[in-house]
Design a protein around this ligand. Structure first.
Ligand SMILES: O[C@H]1[C@H](O)[C@@H](O)[C@H](O)[C@@H](O)[C@H]1O
Length: 410
């Protein structure tokens, strides 16, 4: 079917799911429709970074994968903006949510149209013995290469392809877990993806409007755009920094930065009279004279910016370049699954945790800060700097142990 085929499937799931949500008239239909969209999210978030990394020349791979994250954060910002624009009085209560959910199919439709003009990846073409087409795609994607250089790239890809196609899934699992370098690549990728979610960032993405209602903002959705906007701007900055500063250094600055931001948010929460998430349907006007709400926004922006500069984008880059070709599909699949499982747990536990935990939101943010502190130690222990290394050299670094930890490679 090819990588493009799988992208079309993801797009179809988004379009059908979005239309179904917009037209649904019962909770059961809505759950079914959201499940379809959920499948689209799962398929899309695995295949798109893989497509990008297989198509891009090694020197640009990291930054091109971050462009994908940049567009995700842009989409999140647009979603918030549409939430404001389409709400009553612009549209009636019933029409507003139908349009919001239905419009979710639009970017997928656009992507499907653009994909018609995009090539298959050289790797897939070589897997299907379409050498001439693969050479053309490489020429186009890599820029100016001589025929000899193109041949070299093809030989490199073919070596991986032939090993890959002859392995069964069980063999791949065995390879992934029994070969030290692969196991280490898997540990690091899953650790980073897990940390990206367990730090609680998406509880802000999903519930910041609820949080701002709880502490008394009159226009909580507009305020929540600060979170989505900061996330996008800082991801754009990460795009420029990643190859210059090095991933390890960025991570070891950004994760402690997040812990500080979270603790400061907890401090702000403890000074705010808060409604519970359940009763917070109308703003808590009692706290409007309190100086802490704007301070809370500032602290949240610090947390979000620290997140987006490092752990928000880097795990996607790492998983696309740490695995040797032979186990890349399986390895990136497991790391992506780790991301979404923890995303689900954080999303589903946020409201009950605020309600039930000691200290409410403040307590929960202290917990997230502890996750960040543990994460900093784990990254410091196992993540080697790979700045400026080619993918084969990264394999070399992880073959014997956790690599050149803490040493500069430039
Ligand atoms: O890399 C992305 C990005 O940071 C998004 O803002 C976040 O919502 C996703 O969970 C994450 O995977």
């Amino acid at each position: 079917m090819g990588r493009k085929g799988v992208i079309y499937i993801a797009d179809a799931l988004f379009i059908v799911g979005a239309a179904w949500q917009a037209l649904s008239n019962s909770v059961a239909a809505m759950i079914a429709a959201r499940t379809v969209v959920g499948l689209g999210v799962g398929v899309g978030s695995l295949i798109v970074p893989l497509y990008i990394s297989e198509l891009s020349p090694p020197s640009h791979r990291g930054r091109l994968v971050i462009i994908n994250v940049l567009f995700i954060t842009f989409g999140q910002l647009i979603a918030y903006a549409l939430g404001i624009i389409l709400s009553p009085p612009t549209l009636s209560q019933d029409a507003s949510w139908r349009y919001m959910l239905g419009l979710g199919g639009l970017p997928a439709g656009l992507q499907a149209i653009i994909m018609v003009f995009m090539p298959e990846t050289p790797r897939w073409l070589l897997q299907h013995s379409r050498r001439n087409e693969a050479a053309k795609v490489i020429m186009k994607a890599y820029g100016s290469l001589t025929t000899r250089e193109v041949d070299q790239v093809i030989t490199g890809i073919e070596a991986g392809v032939s090993a890959d196609t002859s392995d069964t899934l069980t063999e791949k699992f065995k390879l992934l877990f029994s070969v030290g370098g692969n196991r280490r690549a898997l540990t690091i990728s899953c650790l980073l993806q897990g940390l990206q979610q367990a730090c609680g960032f998406n509880s802000l993405m999903y519930f910041s409007a609820t949080i701002f209602t709880m502490v008394g903002f009159e226009n909580p959705t507009a305020t929540a755009m600060v979170v989505a906007g900061t996330n996008m701007v800082a991801t754009a900055i990460a795009f420029n920094l990643i190859d210059r500063l090095g991933r390890r250094r960025i991570l070891l600055l950004s994760i402690p930065g997040m812990a500080i931001g979270l603790l400061l948010c907890a401090l702000a929460f403890s000074h705010l009279p808060m409604l519970t998430p359940v009763t917070a349907t109308t703003p808590n006007t009692a706290s409007i004279t309190n100086p802490w709400p704007p301070i809370l926004i500032l602290f949240m922006a610090l947390y979000v910016a620290s997140y987006a500069l490092g752990i928000g984008a880097i795990p996607w880059v790492v998983q696309s370049e740490f695995f040797p070709m032979r186990v890349r599909g399986l390895g990136t699949g497991m790391a992506t699954a780790t991301n979404w499982i923890l995303n689900f747990i954080v999303g589903a536990s946020f409201l009950p945790a605020v309600e039930l935990m000691y200290g409410g939101a403040a307590g929960l943010f202290v917990f997230y800060a502890l996750v960040c502190v543990t994460g900093t130690v784990a990254v410091w222990r196992v993540y080697p700097e790979t700045k400026g290394l080619r993918m084969e050299e990264i394999e070399e670094v992880l073959r014997e142990g956790w690599g050149n930890i803490g040493k500069r490679v430039d």
